[in-house]
Write a protein that binds this ligand. Structure first.
Ligand code: SF4
Length: 567
């Protein structure tokens, strides 16, 4: 059956499984999110586009190529793409970390299916649309947020130039000319309501009961390093305020989760919906249901204690705080000195009994931040371990990776804030993602720390902090020893890579290169077997099926191929 649209999620690097010249090093991806260096988790909006278009009668499938490659070593991507039949192929380029994978997948698709139209979308695609459209494998870029209707209009336009002109937010090319249609934002609530029953249904009890619900689009805050800030949304999409789902829409989405086949869900609800009374009231009934076991929320400003009590009356609530630094001058630099550490600790003390756990994030990569100030941050984290021993208050120190967000305040005013920015175009990002040593992948360095320093200090600090976690019995000693061993092995391999890359061309360099590549390949193969992050140093079942794995879609594809062959 030919599809109207095949949606694909690309790995960060294609074909990562064969790579012996890119080290997918521990801590080299965004360690504040539990994904592998392949970034197999797609933006949730992809599910929304899929479900919306199906409701409009379109034949659509979503294939998560990244996670399928990661989970099934025998999966033949090129055979799959060759056999795939679709009028349109849509690939998300939401995060720059996917640049190389997206452009490569698109190239392969185009080489097999000259008549299929390929489009990309997402934040990074929107930001770099004029660059992306120059690639022969990209026919269209759908810019903006909440693009369900625009994608539908694109499909309905059937590549007719007169109708393409009418599709808001579309960048396209016609007779050698690039055309960027006007940008619009739909004048309505945030429409990406997911039916989670379609993901957690069909008796699929093996799927990890963990998912993400997005109650609002945009952000009312301005963290200077963030490409999803008010500043960035205003600049990129003309979005001056947050766009929320209505309380009914949010209720409807949570109800689909409650009516699904799995139990004991952990729901991560991103952004700051709980600051809005209507949305806070809307979740009340759903959160009382036994199907939802844990709720993970982010807090930017410390809320009143009553608000937290309201959320946590019967649930295990996980609160994520991101002060970035305990040093107020660095917090101010980041644009969000909303509370002091004393105030934060008072808040934690007040709600500790009602809260299941706290995750507190500190960052490496802030301008004016030196080795000494990072060491001070670690000392403060040790203080937290000590004070809250046995009470599920867990600080994390994460490097800002892999990139400083384009369109963030820091990126746009890099010199003023003390950053040197390295990559700007899609080609730059492709090359960066193919770096053997991840220090060359970084798109920034600060006035105090070079890219090499950022890598070195990341390993030094996490190593030391891991040992402290063992000392304070936060993690079992065996796990901490395993992490320290992995860090030591990674650092040693990065040193070998540096030695090799700094050698002059010679027979010795060739021999060294063979050794290094074979060590990288072996390291990567081990790394792909499980997802490890600071939050979940063991895989804890996340390697099972997750909300973004698309085994059923691939199975339907295989069944159909088999049926065609029998006929
Ligand atoms: S990091 Fe800051 S600016 Fe970005 S979404 Fe969170 S609160 Fe908003």
């Amino acid at each position: 059956m030919k599809l109207d649209l095949a949606l694909l999620h690309a790995p960060s690097v294609y074909d990562f499984r064969k790579k012996d010249d890119v080290l997918f090093a521990y801590l080299a991806n965004s360690d504040s999110v539990h994904v592998s260096g392949i970034f197999e988790m797609p933006p949730v909006g992809l599910l929304a586009i899929h479900q919306y278009l199906e409701s409009k009668g379109k034949k659509v499938e979503f294939y998560n190529i990244a996670s399928h490659m990661l989970r099934y070593s025998e999966f033949d991507v090129e055979k799959f793409l060759f056999e795939l039949e679709a009028d349109f192929i849509g690939i998300d380029l939401h995060w720059l970390a996917h640049t190389q994978g997206v452009l490569e997948l698109a190239k392969i698709c185009k080489s097999y299916h000259k008549d299929s139209k390929i489009f990309i979308g997402g934040i990074s695609a929107s930001q770099l649309h004029l660059d992306a459209i120059t690639y022969p494998q990209i026919d269209y870029v759908v810019r903006g947020a909440d693009t369900l209707e625009y994608v539908e209009m694109l499909l309905n336009a059937e590549n007719d130039p007169d109708r393409l002109k009418q599709v808001p937010n579309l960048t396209w090319k016609y007779q050698g000319e690039v055309i960027a249609n006007d940008l619009e934002y739909p004048n309505k609530p945030y429409s990406a309501v997911i039916d989670w029953g379609k993901i957690f249904g069909n008796g699929n009890e093996n799927i990890t009961p963990y998912n993400i619900v997005i109650p609002q689009y945009g952000c009312e805050y301005n963290c200077n390093w963030c490409g999803g800030s008010q500043y960035s949304n205003q600049k990129e999409f003309g979005l001056s305020k947050v766009v929320e789902k209505t309380p009914q829409m949010l209720q409807q989405e949570l109800t689909t989760l409650i009516n699904s086949d799995t139990k004991k869900h952990t729901v991560t609800m991103i952004n700051y919906w709980h600051e809005h009374d209507g949305l806070l009231d809307a979740v009340d009934e759903a959160f009382r249901n036994d199907k939802i076991e844990r709720i993970h929320i982010s807090i930017r400003k410390l809320p009143e204690v009553e608000r937290i009590m309201k959320l946590s009356w019967s649930k295990k609530i996980i609160i994520e705080l991101s002060p970035d630094s305990e040093q107020m001058e660095l917090c101010k630099m980041c644009g969000h000195a909303h509370y002091t550490m004393e105030e934060m600790e008072d808040f934690i003390d007040n709600v500790l009994e009602a809260v299941y756990s706290f995750e507190i994030y500190f960052m490496i990569g802030i301008p004016n931040q030196t080795r000494e100030s990072i060491q001070k941050t670690m000392n403060y984290c040790v203080h937290l371990l000590d004070k809250y021993r046995g009470k599920r208050v867990m600080p994390y120190i994460c490097p800002m990776l892999p990139f400083l967000d384009m369109n963030s305040v820091f990126f746009d005013h890099s010199k003023r804030f003390g950053y040197k920015v390295y990559h700007k175009t899609l080609k730059d990002y492709c090359n960066a993602l193919l770096s053997m040593n991840w220090k060359n992948r970084l798109n920034y360095e600060t006035n105090c720390l070079s890219r090499s320093d950022l890598v070195d200090i990341t390993y030094e600090i996490i190593r030391e902090f891991t040992k402290k976690k063992a000392e304070y019995q936060i993690l079992p000693k065996g796990i901490c020893d395993g992490i320290v061993k992995l860090i030591d092995e990674t650092v040693a391999l990065l040193e070998e890579i540096d030695l090799y890359e700094n050698m002059t061309e010679s027979y010795e360099k060739e021999c060294k290169g063979n050794k290094v590549r074979s060590a990288i390949f072996e390291y990567n193969q081990r790394a792909f077997k499980s997802v490890k992050s600071q939050q979940r140093p063991m895989d804890f079942g996340f390697a099972r099926s997750q909300w973004f794995d698309t085994d059923e879609a691939f199975k339907r594809f295989e069944d159909e191929r088999r049926g065609e062959n029998i006929c």
